[in-house]
Design a protein around this ligand. Structure first.
Ligand SMILES: Cc1cc2nc3c(=O)[nH]c(=O)nc-3n(C[C@H](O)[C@H](O)[C@H](O)COP(=O)(O)OP(=O)(O)OC[C@H]3O[C@@H](n4cnc5c(N)ncnc54)[C@H](O)[C@@H]3O)c2cc1C
Length: 303
């Protein structure tokens, strides 16, 4: 079965953009192909006229760590992220979420950029990038700029990026510092191969005593049509003691206040609502512990 007519491997973003323009909306950007080629194999899908492979563009493959931030190329694979020691200790939730995407074969080729560009509200890497308040560098209609990540998402599977015209180039996020840490957990069907029933990433900052939440960012997915922060949950945490009683109260509150939907393939709304509490208890408890001790060893990560 033919999946594409022509395949191009540009080595710069300008070359990639020129190819996209040459095909006038008939070409598609491809990275690992683990989402795109599943789509292409659907019986009703005509072969792509051209695929533009972005995985040989050095800018999209870079991973640059500085004192307080990291810039990750959109073409970085989940496996590369999982193996990065600085990300493991200072962007732990991202490593934990990339570490559970598919199996090793998928993680070796699938990219963080593809996870985001596909714009699915439950995508694991995206859930953590949202909690880490990441920004995305994009080239949309020829204009290069940095955007808050959430601005890329317009609806389920609908992105502000047009993959027949635009490029997602890099992500930028602050690394955790003193009294800051993050954690990611998800609930997945045992035989599940793609998206989770529910995922949750939490980033916390403790006050100087280590006894109260100075700041918190939480992303629970899927709750709405696009990946988003659970800002009401975050507001319930700030200024409160970092003890079990607070986490228990916030978990109960979130179960009542948030409204996930039923998915016929994954779980009912009721089950997901129950899991909101479970995941909040697990991720907040772990993030607080890590922020207090300064020790962050990613859990559940497959290398
Ligand atoms: C067996 C299996 C298991 C999976 N398990 C999980 C899982 O547990 N969790 C999860 O979240 N996902 C899972 N996925 C989905 C998928 O692997 C991830 O979303 C992956 O990160 C997609 O990246 P990719 O590089 O393969 O994207 P591709 O398939 O190459 O591209 C996906 C989309 O993004 C566009 N695109 C890609 N890169 C760019 C760019 N730089 N600029 C502009 N547009 C771009 C493409 O045109 C396409 O529309 C699974 C998939 C499979 C096949």
């Amino acid at each position: 079965m033919k999946l594409w007519e022509s395949y191009h491997i540009p080595s710069t973003t300008s070359e990639a953009l020129a190819l996209l323009e040459r095909y006038q909306g008939q070409a598609r950007v491809v990275a690992g192909g683990t989402d795109l080629l599943v789509e292409a194999k659907a019986e009703t899908h005509a072969p792509f006229v051209a695929l533009i492979d972005i995985t040989r563009i050095p800018e999209l493959m870079s991973l640059e760590v500085s004192a307080n931030e990291v810039i990750i190329g959109a073409g970085a694979t989940h496996a590369q992220i999982v193996k990065h020691p600085v990300l493991a200790s200072r962007a732990t939730c991202l490593v934990e979420s990339c570490g559970v995407v598919g199996g090793p074969q998928v993680r070796n080729v699938a990219t963080l950029g593809g996870n985001v560009a596909h714009a699915l509200p439950a995508a694991d890497g995206t859930t953590s990038l949202i909690a880490l308040d990441a920004q995305a560098e994009v080239i949309i209609e020829g204009q290069r700029r940095w955007l808050p990540l959430k601005e890329l998402f317009l609806g389920p599977g609908k992105s502000a990026l047009n993959p027949a015209r635009d490029l997602l180039v890099r992500f930028r996020l602050a690394l955790c510092g003193t009294r800051q840490a993050s954690a990611f957990k998800r609930i997945m069907r045992p035989q599940g191969v793609a998206l989770p029933i529910l995922g949750c990433a939490a980033w916390v900052e403790l006050d100087e005593t280590g006894q109260h939440f100075a700041s918190a960012r939480v992303s629970i997915a899927p709750i709405g049509p696009t990946p988003a922060r659970a800002s009401e949950v975050e507001a319930q945490l700030v200024g409160q003691p970092t003890d079990e009683a607070t986490i228990e109260r916030v978990a109960h509150w979130a179960q009542a206040a948030l409204h996930p939907r039923t998915s016929k393939y994954r779980a009912t709304a009721d089950y997901r609502r129950e899991m909101i509490g479970v995941l909040l208890r697990r991720t907040l408890g772990l993030a607080v512990e890590r922020a207090r001790t300064g020790q962050a060893i990613p859990q559940g990560v497959g290398l």
